[in-house]
Design a protein around this ligand. Structure first.
Ligand SMILES: [Fe+2]
Length: 238
């Protein structure tokens, strides 16, 4: 199937170790002497399976071009870091931190984002029940109020970034958080666990929604995979 979200590796967001003679399928044939590098994860659904909420064209570009670019640049930065560490080049090590944060963050965030989405026919958009449903009611009053809050904060986020439904493990509370650029949620604190992350970069919606980010945010709830959030929440609070 032409639009099937196939990539070089079946594993979702996993690294694999590059041996001396092992080719890196989705990333060309780079070798890195035991350095852990990353490959583009497959999507668990077809590119067109989230329509009409998100078009196949957006999904394909977003996955194959944007996410792939973060991975490619993250791998490059890791290799440069490895070299700089081995040579004791501290200034170079420090210099590489921004590329690692941006591209590594892009890989982390998109790997979560794909799992946060699900076709309607497979249960996308079905509201959460169980312990997470209770926690949402307790923390925000209702699911509708939570969605309004996420949409408002996502729409108000200046420039590019992400809006999250987070579990604050220390406070044992759910929170709505935003991060700029490709900063992953952990940059707000290691106590924050991402349950849902919504990409509000223009590349996530512009081809379909133009500059109307609120419409994208409104429609994305039809394909949100609450089962994923329930699972993560259940594992963290167990
Ligand atoms: Fe994105």
């Amino acid at each position: 199937m032409a639009l099937r979200a196939s990539a070089a590796r079946k594993t979702l967001g996993n690294w694999f170790r590059v041996g001396k003679s092992m080719a890196v399928g989705g990333l060309g044939h780079r070798q890195a002497r035991g350095l852990q590098t990353f490959s583009l994860p497959d999507l668990p659904y077809d590119y067109g399976a989230l329509e009409p909420a998100i078009s196949a064209e957006i999904m394909q570009l977003h996955h194959q071009k944007h996410h792939q670019t973060y991975i490619t640049n993250y791998n490059k930065a890791l290799e440069q870091l490895d070299e700089a560490v081995n040579k004791g080049e501290t200034a170079k090590v420090v210099h590489l931190q921004s590329a690692i944060k941006f591209n590594g963050g892009g890989h982390v965030n998109h790997s979560i984002f794909w799992k946060n989405l699900k076709p309607i026919a497979e249960g996308g958009g079905e509201p959460p029940h169980s312990a997470l449903g209770w926690a949402i009611d307790q923390n925000f009053g209702s699911l509708e109020t939570l969605i309004q809050k996420i949409n408002a904060e996502g729409a108000a986020l200046q420039g590019s970034g992400w809006v999250w439904l987070a579990l604050d493990k220390e406070a044992k509370k759910l929170r709505v958080e935003t991060t700029a650029n490709q900063d992953p949620l952990i940059t707000k604190g290691t106590n924050f666990i991402p349950l849902l992350g919504i990409d509000v970069w223009e590349h996530a919606y512009y081809l379909q929604y133009k500059n109307v980010r609120p419409d994208y945010l409104k429609n994305i709830w039809n394909v949100i995979n609450w089962k994923y959030a329930i699972e993560v929440y259940g594992n963290e609070v167990a």
